[in-house]
Design a protein around this ligand. Sequence first.
Ligand code: PLP
Length: 426
Amino acid sequence: MIASLRAMSRWTLPPDRIPSAWFNVAPHLPEPVDPPLHPATREPVGPEDLAPLFPMELIGQEVSTAPWIDVPGEVLDILKLWRPTPLVRAERLERALGTPARIYFKDESGSPSGSHKTNTAVPQAFYNAKEGITRLTTETGAGQWGTALSYAAAQYGLELQVYMVRASYEQKPYRRIAMETWGGSVVPSPVDEPGHPGSLGSAISDAVRDCVGREDTHYALGSVLNHVLLHQTVIGLEAKEQLELAGERLPDVVLASCGGGSNLGGIAFPFVPDEGVRLLAVEPLSCPTLTRGRFEYDFGDVAGLTPLMPMYTLGHDFVPPSIHAGGLRYHGDSPLVSSLVKAGRMEAVAYPQGKVFEAAVQFARVEGKIPAPECAHAVRAAIDEALAAKETGEEKVILFNYSGHGFLDLSAYDDHNNGRLPEEQG
Ligand SMILES: *Cc1c(COP(=O)(O)O)cnc(C)c1O
C-alpha cells in the first residue's frame, strides 16, 4: 500500500477549471484612471492613434470597463498546456521560520518559457494573427518577455523581431538562444549606438520605430498596459479557487514583485473588491518606482515615442543600475497599479538585492525551488510578512506569486554565493 499523505500541500485544478473570462479591475478602482495622452499633441489618445501598434481587440481591452472579458477558445487551447498552475503551501519554509502564518505560492514557473509572461504572450499573438498581422516587434531586458513571445509567435506562425537590451544580450546568451530556437530574431539595442549598454526604455524605442514603418507589423508589450495585466488575472482567479480548496477563506495579504506590474496585477486584481485583503507590491531599492517615484504623466520609453501615461515614474531618462533582476528595471509602472497605490488600496516596499538573494537561497534550501531574481523579491517580502506574524503570534494567510524560475539566472546566484554582489545604499 502507498503511504497516505499526512496533509495536502499542493492544490491543482482540472483543465476544465481554467478561467474562461479575464477579470477587469477597471470597474473596481477607487478612482478612475486618467487617459493616456498623445506624445505630440498631449490630447487623449484615441483608437486610431494606437492602431499602427496594436490589433483592435487589444485596443478595446485597453479601455474596456466591462467586468469580465471572455478568453477566446483558441487561446484557452494553448494556455491549457500548462494551466491551471499549482497552488503550493510552503510548509517547510513556515517550519524553518517558526511562524504561525500559512504561506501559499502560485507557481507560474512551469510555463514553456518559465514565467508568467506566457499568459499574455499567447493572447497577444492570437489577436494579432487574427487581424492578419504577420510580424511582431518587441523589446526584452534579460529575455523573459522575448522568450514568452517567441514561443507564442511560433504557435500562430508569426515572425518576431526582438530588440534585446545590449548588456543582457552580451552577458546572458541562454534566453537569446531560446528565442532563436522558437524562431525569433534577436538584435542588441540600442541599434544605432553600438557601445551603449541599453535599457528597457531604449529597446522599446527601437521596437516601436521598427513597427510604425511597416503595414505587416505590430508591436507587443510584455507589461504595464491594461490589456497585459488583464490577461494575467488568470493567476489570481485560479488562486482564489485553490485557496478555497485548501480550506482558506481569503488571504490576509497578497503580494508579488513589481517591474511593470503585470504579475502583481495578475495575482492581486481579483482580490481588489475583497475588503480587508492587503495588496503589496515588491520592488528593487535600485529602481524604486512606487516607493520613491513621482505620480505624473510620463513616457513609456526613452525617446518619447509612446503615449504619456499617468503613473509613478522615476523619469523616462532614468537608467537603473544593472541589478540581476533585469525584469524589474523599469522607470515607470502600470497606470492601474499606480492608481491603486495612489488611492491607498495597495502598498509598496523596496529591498536591496543582497537581502533578496538571502531570501531566495533560504527558500531554495527548504522548498527546493530556485526563483528568478525578480521573483525572489516576492519571496523576500513573503518571508518578512511571516516573520512579522511570528512577532505578533498572528495566524495570517500569505499568498505570493512565484513568477518564474531562476535556472537561466544562475550566474546571479554565483555572484551572491561568492560575495560578488555590490552593496546598495538604503
Ligand atoms: C518580467 C518578470 C517580472 C516583472 O514583470 P512584471 O510585469 O512586473 O510582472 C517578475 N518576475 C519574472 C519571473 C519576470 O519574468
